[in-house]
Design a binder for this molecule. Structure first.
Ligand code: ADP
Ligand code: NA
Length: 343
């Protein structure tokens, strides 16, 4: 809709992979292409959020460049959106504190995402003595900062993966609590669920493809060359079932994952993709075909990524412009919020 404001960030936590591309960046690109005149789009890195993993300073610094290069290389045109680092707009962190003071620990305890990131697999409750001792406050507060990211711009739409929809509900709840407590100010943002299925680790389709996976042959990276992509698909875990391709995530997760990848790249439903693949007789043909599709999709993106990552001055300039545009909105909104609060 006209007058919409679309907002989303990605963590600069490592090399951007096919899951990030199909689950987020391709979607951002498609949104930018299709939005009506007058829609504002803000995209960038959640560099403050990535501090919950305590990265080395040099690593984080590099990954911030890598994330911006990957966003642009994926087709997100910096002339058509605001592209910036979260930490360059201090208003996020200020609003975060205000929100921290109206959010209950119980509500954060009910979030499931942080539990999945903990080393303790049996984490069910922050009030558990063992869990409390191992959990950084930032890990628990993660979704409060996310709420501040979104609401500081009064964003109307937030494109995210399924795993983030609980955090978006919390964002709306925080907005309502604020509106109720201090006066109506925030728009309740809508979730735009990414159409893509979760992309799974090639070597272990029980897990999602992730930047934090130590086994690099489980992920296809945006800057992998054709030979590397072919090698990784060759080593992908599938199954010993003969016969035509089917989409059965429960019984054939490896094959279903390949179908998901092809359907997402070709903007088709999995049913249509399965039907397109009726010529496939064996897993080798399927792997050769998905290799071809991914190589073609990533070829230009990989070239552009490699050029951008060597032009840090250009990336700095993009992010500096983005920061100015973002701060213009954020500082005005924060001023109004502070007045409502009495600051
Ligand atoms: P990662 O889990 O690899 O560290 P992030 O948490 O930074 O990635 O996620 C960035 C975006 O990419 C999010 O919108 C997330 O939903 C999406 N994403 C991450 N991994 C996958 C995946 N395996 N399949 C689909 N989308 C994914
Ligand atoms: Na993640």
């Amino acid at each position: 809709e006209a007058g919409s404001r679309i907002f989303s960030l990605i963590q600069p936590t490592g090399a951007v992979h096919l899951g990030n591309y199909l689950g987020a960046l391709k979607n951002w690109k498609d949104i930018l292409k299709n939005v009506p005149e007058g829609t504002e789009c803000l995209f960038g890195t959640a560099d403050l959020h990535s501090l919950t993993q305590t990265p080395k300073a040099e690593t984080l610094h590099e990954n911030r460049y890598g994330a911006i290069a990957a966003i642009i290389a994926s087709g997100v045109d910096p002339k058509k959106c605001t592209l910036f680092h979260q930490s360059s707009v201090p208003e996020h962190a200020e609003l975060y504190w205000i929100f921290t003071c109206i959010t209950s620990i119980g509500a954060l305890n009910r979030m499931t995402q942080w539990k999945l990131k903990l080393l303790v697999s049996d984490a069910s409750d922050i009030f558990d003595e063992k869990v409390m001792g191992q959990t950084k406050a930032g890990v628990l507060q993660y979704p409060v900062l996310q709420a501040a990211d979104i609401l500081i711009y009064n964003a109307t739409h937030v494109p995210v993966g399924e795993d983030q929809s609980q955090h978006l509900e919390l964002t709306r709840s925080i907005a309502q609590t604020f509106n109720h407590t201090y006066g109506k100010y925030f728009t309740l943002p809508r979730t735009i669920l990414t159409p893509t299925k979760k992309i799974l680790a090639l070597r272990n389709p029980a897990k999602k493809m992730s930047k934090s996976d130590a086994d690099q042959s489980s992920s296809i990276y945006l800057n992998d060359d054709a030979a590397t992509i072919a090698r990784k698909f060759k080593k992908a875990v599938t199954d010993s079932i003969q016969g035509p391709v089917t989409f059965d995530p429960e019984t054939r997760p490896g094959v279903a994952n390949i179908v998901s990848i092809i359907s997402a790249i070709q903007d088709k439903s999995v049913e249509e993709t399965v039907s397109d693949l009726s010529w496939v007789q064996n897993h080798k043909q399927l792997k050769d075909y998905v290799t071809e599709v991914v190589v073609e999709e990533f070829k230009d993106k990989s070239d552009l990524y490699n050029r951008l990552i060597n032009d840090k001055a250009y990336i700095d300039e993009i992010c500096s412009n983005g920061k100015e545009q973002a701060r213009e909105i954020a500082s005005k909104n924060l001023l109004e919020v502070k007045q409502l609060v009495g600051l």
